[in-house]
Design a protein around this ligand. Structure first.
Ligand SMILES: Nc1ncnc2c1ncn2[C@@H]1O[C@H](COP(=O)(O)OP(=O)(O)OP(=O)(O)O)[C@@H](O)[C@H]1O
Length: 258
């Protein structure tokens, strides 16, 4: 493994759906510990890019590397094992199960003990301990024994983040983690995200510019399947091209919605 390589490196990534080119030679590089946002108008290709990185979709061309290792040919499960985890726009929880059970399943899966109901009690206890530790780190310890369906939606979104942490990712892709969450809870989600382990490279897809500007150290702007520009939040907010793309779409980055 190459220690100087980017944690995640996407190069020349292309994908089309029929006549529609949704990824036009995308180049993206995330260093270890990145706090990066991917923004762009509806239909720009953000979710498609995440699906290409996680292996849900196959690219027509291009490579995806994780710390120098080419993972382009791996299926989604193998990429998770390699260290690429994601959350989804719509939540994917086992709503009837307790919070801690949801997290314990991903911990057990990572440890290679998923589906083994007869694993030794000590191993089960270790899995539960680890799940509890993750929940405590996200401020969810008090909710551990609550069935997910009884939690407010904002906290359910955090349980999804907890599940991904159970996989011990090196790269974490967060697809609109605050979507559909009331503003007050969205702030809580942000606070929790800001405390995620420093070594994980995080790419967040987000429409809410307040979330983007608070969280991200760098922002990549995707338009029509291509990268328009990339820079610090200040650079992006001041970029006339970015502002032009967003005018009429929603408030320009860094401005208050009217
Ligand atoms: N499986 C598919 N088959 C055909 N077209 C698709 C498919 N998935 C996405 N598209 C199209 O590709 C384009 C990019 O979609 P994508 O969901 O990646 O955009 P996005 O930037 O994530 O949008 P949003 O912000 O609305 O979530 C859209 O025009 C969409 O309709």
């Amino acid at each position: 493994m190459n220690a100087t390589a980017a944690m995640l490196e996407v190069s020349g990534l292309r994908r089309r759906f029929g006549a529609l080119e949704v990824a036009r030679g995308i180049e993206l590089s995330l260093p270890q510990g990145a706090r990066q946002a991917l923004i762009g108008p509806n239909g720009a290709g953000k979710t498609t890019l995440v699906n290409l990185i996680t292996g849900r979709l196959r690219p027509d061309a291009g490579r995806i590397r994780l710390q120098g290792r080419d993972v382009t040919a791996l299926d989604p499960a193998a990429r998770v094992k390699a260290g690429i985890a994601r959350t989804f726009q719509i939540n994917q929880l086992f709503r009837g199960l307790e919070v801690v059970e949801n997290v314990a399943m991903s911990v057990a899966e990572r440890r290679g003990e998923g589906g083994n109901a007869w694993r030794p009690a000590a191993a089960q206890a270790e899995v539960l301990d680890e799940a509890m530790e993750i929940l405590a780190g996200l401020g969810l310890a008090d909710d551990a024994l609550t069935p997910v369906r009884l939690l407010p939606y904002g906290r359910q979104r955090l349980v999804e983040v907890a599940i991904t942490l159970g996989l011990q990712p090196r790269v974490l892709l967060l697809d609109e983690p605050a979507a559909g969450v009331p503003a007050a809870d969205s702030r809580n989600i942000l606070e929790v995200l800001s405390r995620l382990p420093a070594e994980i490279a995080i790419l967040i897809i987000e429409h809410d510019m307040e979330v983007v500007f608070r969280f991200a150290e760098r922002i990549t702007v995707l338009v029509d399947g291509g990268i328009l520009t990339e820079g610090t939040p200040q650079e992006i907010a001041a970029d006339p091209e970015v502002r032009a793309v967003y005018l009429g779409e929603r408030a320009a980055p860094g401005t208050d919605p009217a």
